[in-house]
Design a protein around this ligand. Sequence first.
Ligand SMILES: *Cc1c(COP(=O)(O)O)cnc(C)c1O
Length: 398
Amino acid sequence: MSEALMSTYARTDLAFERGEGPYLYTADGRRYLDFGSGIAVTALGHSHPHLVKAVQEQAGRLWHVSNLFWSPEQEKLAGRLVAHSFADKAFFCNSGAEANEGAVKIARKHFAAKGQPEKWRIITFEGCFHGRTLAMLAATNNQKYMDGFGEKVGGFDQVPFGDMAALKAAITPETAAIMIEPIQGEGGIRSVPTEMLRALRALCDERGLLLILDEIQTGMGRTGKLFAYEWAGVAPDIMSLAKGLGGGFPVGAVLATDAAAAGMAPGTHGTTFGGNILAMAAANAVLDVMLEPGFFDGVQKRASYFKQQLTMLADRFPDIIGEIRGQGFLMALKCQPANTAVAAALREEHVLGVLAGDNTVRLMPPLTIPEKDLAEGIHRIEAACLRLRGTAKAESAA
Ligand SMILES: *Cc1c(COP(=O)(O)O)cnc(C)c1O
């Protein structure tokens, strides 16, 4: 398509003109079921009336004031996030990678302010994804993403996913924190077992380390609770948020306990755009909807229907779907054929999924999707499986 866009993405040859709930429409009127929600971003679907109204009204009043002044909209959002999480403090930024950078800076400054500046290293896990800034490339440690970008940023150590012995062995007097996604998203929807999260918490307490949860993808209701850590009943010291936070408006946040954030004094961190008032209006509107009594009961109920239906498809099409992974509306098909072929077949049936690692296709409908649209999605995924089977038959006959 456009020659002017830098070719950092191998884009699908589709463009959308408008969206409504779980549906996207092309300019020529073709309708797609959006099971990507951007990439786990549009948590309340497209053009949610409450979000549209909140952003429109705020745009007409005031849309930017610098962080040199108080912002009632920031204070409101911070207060609500803190009231509904483990945290005491919130810092707002513009993206996930920036939120993780903030999380790492808070952890390092915590120890520096305590007179332990030597504690600055962060342990991460194989298969993780923490973003594309130079430091988050080092945290992620995926050679494919780092190639050609010079020397890796220091201060990050990586251990195999789920290997407690390797983790313990990797802790040194220089270790400040352990950073982990409760469910690896880009890595292929690999869940950290509840016992493992609890063991991580205990290990951090025992060794005096901070636990950083990257809930950029799992947070804001994706797993059926506001934050995924709630399922395990253990809280982190620092947590990063982005993706669903603004329902599609770019915004990120770092939440921390007072103790973890003790080193953050004026001048230690900053951002020009972070906490932008339109972003705050969007995120506050998202919370208005999510904090309604019964919202997550509805999400969990419809998500369990979705999982049950997907599991039935996996039973019927073991040659296509090897396994169903995930929780809530953060689901994935572990594919038998190439995940690109499965995503293409889904697209033929007008369902949009998102590729992830370990040969998976993620299915992340908006949290608000009605059961009838989920049922339609299941029907179309079934059609995609039949389509893939037909292709396989034709190939083996040829
Ligand atoms: C998407 C994502 C990021 C990066 O967020 P950006 O907004 O793209 O910078 C970091 N961590 C996780 C777990 C993510 O899913």
